[in-house]
Design a protein around this ligand. Sequence first.
Ligand code: UDP
Ligand code: MG
Length: 326
Amino acid sequence: MLSVIVPAYNERENIENTAAVLSDILRKNGTEFELMFVDDGSSDNTWELIEKLSERDSSIRGLHFSRNFGKEGAIFAGLRRCVGDCAVVIDCDLQHPPELIPEMLRLHEQGYEVVEAIKSSRGKESLMYRLFAKTFYRIMKSSSDVDLDRASDFKLMDRKVIDALNDLPERITFFRALSSWVGFKTVKVEFEVAPRNAGTTKWNFRKLLKFALNNITSFTNFPMQIVTILGTLFLLFALVMGIQSLVKYFGGQALEGFTTVNILILLSAAVIMRALGIIGYYMSKIYEEIKFRPRYIISEDTRDKKNKETKDKDRKEQDSANGKNS
Ligand code: UDP
Ligand code: MG
């Protein structure tokens, strides 16, 4: 069975259409599937729509977060609760073409454990966004060997990979990088990014910046190395300055040295402060990790509700049977 995991945050314009398109494609392909919408604490009626769909169609399942935890949390909640032999993660706005899923399934049957869909181009993005993304991916690649430039969250994973991801203990997660970090037999397929089906993008600059910083620090110690490099350069500089002021001192021009001293003090203070800042950042992440807070909180699961209903029915039947017997 295939589990399709769809993170959804304020996607009321998309839910019904996406569910219809996905089920249609998978039924035509003769695939047995469960469609899991993970509602990331939407403030619109996304969850009500998911509930309604899941009542009508038993292959549709919904998870509801108690608040907005972010797309990463939604993906990992889906991976944790899905029951398929493999799973596909796909965006709710159909920017990831669902027609590619049958092809991905075929590759999975051929023995590939991860099928990564990569963007053949980056689609319509603002100049600012593109610049930001480019810089971020360059840092990630140069420092951690994870090439993400055209990577997306659109992926098919075998049960083995899902279990491996579920076993990772860390809390600050970056699905796109982790899913290649775990390894396994991987194949790439290209796709063209479609324009968003309806609604607007759910990211803003602050969210993106936080996302980028989080992921860079989760994957590399590069910023710490900058401090070491800066420190070394500065030490050399200080040595030269020190010799120079000594020479000046012995030449009887000591007063001028004040400027040098001032510059030195200022600069070293700057470097130390920067170093402390970076160390502080990593420490804050250690702090985040050791809190062992859950990555998300699920407040409702349509399956639990269904199970409860059947249990209630069972109990009632049992009760009436008991009643007859006594
Ligand atoms: N999303 C989410 N939680 C968030 C932000 C986004 O679950 O806090 C989902 C959103 O519903 C969509 C997917 O992540 O299914 C991608 O979001 P979006 O299309 O806004 O991002 P973009 O395509 O612009 O990168
Ligand atoms: Mg999108």
